[in-house]
Design a protein around this ligand. Structure first.
Ligand SMILES: [Zn+2]
Ligand SMILES: [Zn+2]
Length: 241
């Protein structure tokens, strides 16, 4: 089965391979967030291989600035500039997040502005990028956590990022679309606790939506839960041994 999004990691913050999805369009390799573990995977596998041909650009869509989502951005920019010789474009979901990323890349990481640029999402930026959806996740990052709505190969993709609610995404979820949603086996105020959200996921599956679980804290428990409601775990590009 061909997947629209594949994952360089699908683990939550304290797992070995943090969550990172990717797809490629015409040589543009697009990553959803860039944890350090995903940067190393990209370096090992090769950007061209991930892009399915010569990669001419790497684009990173940032959901929020927790380090399990942004810790590889500086390394990726340096590596792309000095080794791959291709530009990196970082897309922030809002001006405020763009400023935070700029602090990380320019000020802390010392990335050369020749090698990358940061853009704030706006409609029409890319044909495949439909919307940045503000959501609630961590109190400390209040107002600075987002999911993304994509249009890949004519299919709507809803990508929640880290969230503790599905509400902001519901207007975008429709029959035939793909929902990549974070989910957690442990109850906490910052994530979607599977026991609580299973009935809602089940309804969404029954409406004809393909549902993929990502940002996993317990693969086994969440795989069982996925099976029970007709969802699947996010597809890894390479399975861990
Ligand atoms: Zn996270
Ligand atoms: Zn987070």
């Amino acid at each position: 089965m061909k997947h629209l999004l594949r994952f360089l990691g699908r683990g939550s913050a304290f797992r070995t391979d943090n969550n990172c999805a990717f797809f490629a369009l015409d040589g543009n390799l697009v990553l959803l967030d860039c944890p350090l573990s995903a940067f190393h995977k990209l370096r090992h596998i090769g950007a061209d291989k991930l892009a399915g041909g010569k990669a001419s650009c790497i684009t990173v869509l940032v959901t929020h600035t927790h380090s399990d989502h942004t810790s590889g951005i500086g390394m990726l920019i340096h590596y792309s500039y000095f080794v791959l010789h291709i530009p990196v474009v970082v897309i922030a979901p809002s001006d405020e997040v763009a400023q935070d990323i700029r602090l990380l890349t320019d000020r802390l990481d010392g990335c050369s502005s020749d090698g990358y640029e940061i853009k704030t999402f706006e409609k029409g930026l890319y044909s495949w990028l439909t919307a940045a959806v503000p959501t609630c996740h961590s109190q400390q990052l209040d107002g600075r956590c987002f999911g993304w709505i994509l249009d890949i190969e004519g299919k709507r993709v809803v990508y929640t990022g880290d969230t503790n609610t599905l509400e902001p995404f519901m207007p975008y979820i429709c029959k035939g679309c793909l929902l990549y949603t974070e989910v957690s086996a442990f109850d906490s105020p910052v994530h979607l606790y599977i026991e609580k959200f299973a009935p809602q996921f089940k309804n969404i599956v029954q409406e004809g939506v393909e549902v993929y679980f990502m940002h996993l804290d317990d693969d086994e428990a969440l795989e069982q839960a996925a099976q029970q409601i007709g969802a699947q775990l996010a597809p890894l590009y390479i399975r861990n041994k």
